[in-house]
Design a binder for this molecule. Structure first.
Ligand code: ZN
Ligand code: ZN
Length: 452
């Protein structure tokens, strides 16, 4: 396992923390031992109903000799724990013969020291299905939120978006090209239990359980917010086992991203995040009647991580081809629920107008979706036409819109045959203005006649 040997000491400890968590040990965490350069991993197991602590020393060295085992044995027997304690030494290398003999004498009960060498670690790694990736234990996740609407089918969300456009029929549109990208996310559930005391007593208390949802496909974890967070955090969000063949049969393309960090890294990140989030300034009055101000920040040990839950969240993207235009509709999916990330169907192709508060009209001539300012009525057919593709000409001092030159020609002929009144009707404000002007003239004449 060449990659194991490339790890730094701390990386090895982080990796082992992940391994033990996957093996089913409880409350796995790291601590710095006083008067020692290394960190220990502390964890718990339950044997016949009794909770027992396990102190693990990680040795990233080629050989581990007897004194290491002796030291850990005495650390385990003096460890401050309300119950039995045993030890364990994990190394990337091997143990010397005297080290093995000494561990054998200690046995595997309380105060005993279990030995795991590089060969054991390789076997364990294979058994729990962990692959080494970039020198770390990659999170291997086999579950995804359900990417398809369970009753309405793959493209139902696109059709729903299309139906928002009044003059576009969902049945007439071509089948969109729909791909899915499985994006890694991690939910970290943590309890913060902190009490802040001064000479006057307890001034602040935190007792809270938080679920942090993280986009886990990039180097730095990014907090998921809003609808996406809710989709992932909902305990009832439908999950399925990832079956590549089924996904490939349903979607035009399937992509699965890798988790960017290890579980331990997300745990550490969540603890830091919660310490910041729970930091608050408290005002209190001291025994001497003086007002004080104290900043209360939970310590790392005030926060315990209950669960780290990785899952893939399907990001479904549909490309819809209408005339000369391509539209994208994309969303995070969880069965019948979704959170839209892109909706080109709700926006004008000619300007910045977008969003659900506006109304949009489809131009069948070119395939564009338009805001009210960029759509007109075709003079000959009476159908909507956009300013982008319309052929225009002024009649009766008013601009008219046509699908093409042929329609324009046809209307020219029609217009030439019109009576003066019909022509005037081609420009209603002008026609009304003309009628009003004639009335005024008539009134003027009438009044001048009466005055005579
Ligand atoms: Zn517009
Ligand atoms: Zn158009």
């Amino acid at each position: 396992m060449a990659i194991l040997d490339d790890l730094s000491g701390y990386e090895f400890e982080d990796l082992m923390e992940d391994v033990f968590r996957h093996l089913g040990y409880g409350n796995v965490r790291q601590s710095r031992r006083t008067a020692d350069e290394g960190r220990d991993i502390l964890m718990e197991e339950v044997v016949d109903g009794t909770r027992r602590a396990v102190v693990v020393e990680c040795k990233h060295t080629a050989t581990v000799s007897r004194p290491v085992i002796q030291k850990l044995h005495s650390a385990a027997t003096t460890y401050d724990y309300d119950g039995p304690v045993r030890g364990m030494v994990a190394t990337t290398g091997r143990f010397t013969a005297p080290a093995r003999e000494y561990a054998r004498q200690l046995g595997d009960g309380d105060g005993g020291v279990e030995l795991l060498d590089g060969q054991d670690l390789r076997t364990i790694g294979e058994e729990i299905g962990m692959n080494l990736y970039n020198g770390r234990i990659e999170i291997l996740c086999t579950e995804t939120l359900q990417p398809v609407h369970p009753t309405a089918g793959r493209d139902a969300p696109v059709f729903a978006a299309v139906r928002e456009i009044a003059n576009l029929e969902a049945v007439t549109i071509p089948t969109p090209e729909t791909t899915v990208s499985l994006e890694p996310m991690v939910t970290v559930r943590a309890t913060t239990d902190a009490t802040f005391e001064t000479s006057v007593g307890v001034i602040h208390r935190i007792d809270e359980v938080n679920d942090l949802v993280v986009h886990a496909d990039r180097d730095a974890p990014a907090v998921a917010t809003g609808d996406v967070r809710d989709l992932v955090a909902t305990p009832t969000a439908p999950r399925i086992d990832i079956e590549d063949a089924a996904l490939e049969a349903t979607f035009d393309g399937v992509e699965r991203k890798r988790f960017g960090q290890t579980e331990t890294a997300y745990k550490e990140w969540a603890i830091d995040r919660l310490r910041q989030a729970h930091t608050t300034t408290v005002h209190y009055t001291g025994g001497n009647n003086v007002d004080y101000e104290k900043t209360c920040t939970p310590t790392r040990s005030d926060i315990s991580v209950q669960a780290i839950d990785p899952v893939y969240v399907p990001h479904v993207r549909s490309q819809l081809s209408l005339g000369e235009y391509e539209y994208e509709y994309a969303y995070y999916a969880a069965g019948p629920s979704r959170s839209t990330t892109t909706n080109d169907l709700q926006g004008c192709v000619h300007c910045e107008t977008a969003g659900s508060s506006e109304s949009y009209t489809y131009c069948a001539n070119c395939g564009s979706i338009n805001c009210d300012a960029h759509i007109e009525t075709e003079r000959l057919e009476g159908e909507p036409i956009c300013l982008g593709c319309a052929v225009t000409e002024r009649f009766a001092l008013k601009t008219k819109y046509f699908y093409d030159e042929t329609n324009l020609e046809a209307f020219r002929a029609e217009y030439d045959d019109m009576s003066v009144l019909e022509k005037a009707r081609e420009n209603v404000p002008l026609a009304v203005g003309t009628v009003l002007a004639l009335l005024v003239v008539a009134l003027l004449i009438a009044s001048s006649v009466g005055a005579v």
